[in-house]
Ligand binder design. Structure first.
Ligand SMILES: NC(=O)c1ccc[n+]([C@@H]2O[C@H](COP(=O)([O-])OP(=O)(O)OC[C@H]3O[C@@H](n4cnc5c(N)ncnc54)[C@H](O)[C@@H]3O)[C@@H](O)[C@H]2O)c1
Length: 345
C-alpha cells in the first residue's frame, strides 16, 4: 500500500496537539508520510519538523506547493489569515483538510467552495464532533423519531489564552470560533439550517479581562429546512470561577435526548456509554487519509461543500445580531457572497 503524502500549513496548537499525534502513529505504520511542514514562524516550524521527523520545511506555502508532490494538505491557521492555499490545493488536485471556522469571510468561503467542487477533490472541515460514536448513535435514534426542537447551552469559563481568540475581528467571537462545533453537530442530527435570528450582549470597554473584546452573550435562534427549530445560547462571563456548562438536548415526540461525547441519555436513562471516550481526532484523521487513498470525497463526514451551511449559520448569527436580530436567510447570505465575488488574495 502506497503511503499517503501529507503536508501541513500552520503548526500551532491544533496541528501539533490534535492532528499530528494520530498521523504520526500512522506514519510509524507506513500508512502516511509526513512530508512537508509550512509555518510563517520559522523557529516554530523547524522545532515541529524535528519533533515529527519531517525533512522539508517552508515558511511560504506557495513554495511548498511548487516543490512538493503532496496527496493531501492540512490547513490549520487562524480564520482571518486564509489567502489562496485552498485554491492552490484544488488546482493541483491535492486533498484538503481545513480547520473550522473555514474563514470569517463568507465570500471567500464561497470562492474556495467553487474551486473545490470544480476540482472534485477530497475535502474535510475539522468538525470533530461528527466522529464521536455518541453522535452516530444520536443520529441513528433521530432517524426513528420525530424531532421538534433542540437546545445548545455553552457557558465558557476561564481567562483569555491567546490574543487572536480574544478579539472579535480576529476570531469572529466565541459563537463563531467555538459554538460552531455544536451548530455543526445539530446539522449532523437535523439537516441544513435555513434561517437565523440573533441577539448578543456586547462587552463595553473595561468590562472583563484584557485584551478580550468579545460579546458577553450570544442568543441565537435557528430554523432548519425540515421545520425543526433550535436555540443556541453561549456566554463568556464565567471568567474567575471554575464552572462551565456544555449541553446539547434534542426533543422529539416522547423523547428527550441529551448528547455528550461519552454518553447518550434518553428520557433520563443512559442508552449508550463509552466512559473513557474515544480520540475522535484519531478517527477523523483515519477517515481523511482513507478518503485520500481512495480518492473518494464522500468518505469524509464534513466535506467543504457540506460544511458551508455550518459556517453560514454562525456568520449569519453575527450579521443578524449586528442588525438588531433581523432574520437572515442563509441562502440569501450565500447568494449575496456569490454576487459580490471574491478574488483570492
Ligand atoms: N477542532 C478543534 O477543536 C480546534 C481547536 C483549536 C483550534 N482550532 C482551529 O484551528 C485553527 C488554528 O488554530 P490554532 O489553535 O492551532 O492556532 P495557533 O495560533 O496555535 O496556530 C496557528 C499557526 O498558524 C501559523 N500561521 C499563520 N498564518 C500562516 C500562513 N499563512 N502560513 C503558514 N502558517 C501560518 C502561525 O504562525 C501559528 O503557528 C483555527 O481556525 C482554530 O479555530 C480547532
Amino acid at each position: 500500500m502506497k503511503p499517503v503524502r501529507l503536508g501541513f500549513i500552520g503548526l500551532g496548537h491544533i496541528a501539533t496537539r490534535a492532528h499530528l499525534p494520530p498521523l504520526a502513529e500512522m506514519a510509524e505504520a507506513g500508512e502516511v508520510v509526513l512530508q512537508a511542514f509550512c509555518d510563517v514562524n520559522r523557529e516554530a516550524v523547524e522545532e515541529q519538523a524535528r519533533a515529527f521527523g519531517v525533512r522539508a520545511v517552508y515558511t511560504d506555502h506557495h513554495e511548498m506547493f511548487r516543490k512538493e508532490a503532496l496527496d493531501g494538505v492540512y490547513v490549520c491557521i487562524p480564520p482571518t489569515l486564509h489567502t489562496d492555499a485552498e485554491q492552490m490545493a484544488a488546482e493541483r488536485g491535492t486533498a484538503l483538510f481545513v480547520e473550522k471556522p473555514q474563514t470569517l469571510d463568507i465570500a471567500q468561503a464561497v470562492a474556495f467552495n467553487r474551486a473545490i467542487q470544480k476540482a472534485g477533490i477530497v475535502s474535510q472541515v475539522g468538525f470533530l464532533n461528527r466522529y464521536h460514536p455518541s453522535s452516530e448513535r444520536v443520529r441513528e435514534m433521530l432517524g426513528e423519531r420525530t424531532p421538534r426542537h433542540a437546545l445548545v447551552q455553552f457557558f465558557y469559563s476561564g481567562r483569555p489564552v491567546r490574543y487572536w481568540t480574544s478579539r472579535f475581528e480576529l476570531c469572529g467571537g466565541s459563537f463563531v470560533e467555538n459554538t460552531i462545533h455544536m451548530v455543526d453537530l445539530l446539522r449532523f442530527f437535523l439537516g441544513d439550517i435555513e434561517a437565523v435570528s440573533a441577539f448578543y450582549v456586547d462587552r463595553k470597554p473595561g468590562e472583563g479581562p484584557e485584551p478580550m473584546d468579545l460579546p458577553h452573550v450570544y442568543n441565537v435562534s435557528y430554523r432548519f429546512r425540515s421545520g425543526v427549530t433550535a436555540n443556541a445560547t453561549t456566554s463568556r462571563v464565567l471568567t474567575n470561577v471554575s464552572v462551565s456548562r456544555r449541553e446539547i438536548l434534542v426533543v422529539s415526540d416522547d423523547s428527550l435526548i441529551e448528547w455528550s461525547a461519552q454518553r447518550v441519555v434518553e428520557n433520563g436513562e443512559t442508552v449508550w456509554e463509552m466512559p473513557g471516550g474515544c480520540n475522535a481526532f484519531g478517527v477523523q484523521a483515519r477517515a481523511f487519509v482513507e478518503a485520500v487513498r481512495r480518492a473518494d470525497p464522500a468518505l469524509t463526514r464534513s466535506p467543504y461543500p457540506e460544511a458551508l451551511n455550518s459556517l453560514a449559520a454562525v456568520l449569519g448569527a453575527n450579521v443578524s445580531a449586528a442588525k438588531g436580530g433581523e432574520l437572515v436567510q442563509l441562502d440569501d447570505l450565500i447568494a449575496g457572497a456569490q454576487e459580490a465575488g471574491h478574488g483570492c488574495r
